[in-house]
Write a protein that binds this ligand. Structure first.
Ligand SMILES: [Zn+2]
Ligand SMILES: [Zn+2]
Length: 125
């Protein structure tokens, strides 16, 4: 993967925040406005394919987050869209599956969807 200035700028945003970012949010954070939204999208997909970032989709919007340092997953509330970080316990499972199928796993992605406690209470009323 070629590391252009534009790509470095996008990666820097991921390094500076723990909040999952949509392409629009990345657009807003970029100081350099020479990139259009489709370039940002394409770059995010390149990073995703390379295993640099993970992706979760909610309401047809993709959110990307840094996969490298402090790898974790998210639980996403379908009602208020709150994202809760959870630790990853998948590495043993991934190793095991990889071994059994002779597969070389480069990265994985998992998102849990449901309703947070506040929304469960609110929806009950
Ligand atoms: Zn909620
Ligand atoms: Zn994981």
């Amino acid at each position: 993967m070629r590391m252009t200035k534009q790509r470095q700028a996008i990666l820097a945003i991921f390094k500076s925040t723990a909040t999952p970012q949509s392409a629009e949010m990345i657009m807003d954070s970029l100081v350099d406005h020479t990139m259009n939204l489709s370039t940002v999208y394409r770059t995010l997909e390149v990073f995703y394919d390379a295993g640099l970032i993970s992706k979760s989709t909610i309401d047809q919007t993709s959110y990307y987050y840094d996969n490298q340092k402090d790898h974790h997953h998210y639980m996403i509330c379908l009602n208020c869209h709150k994202m809760v970080e959870v630790d990853c316990h998948l590495s043993h499972f991934a190793d095991d599956v990889a071994k059994r199928h002779g597969f070389k796993i480069t990265h994985h992605d998992m998102t849990l969807y449901g309703y947070c406690r506040d929304c469960q209470d609110a929806l009950k009323e």
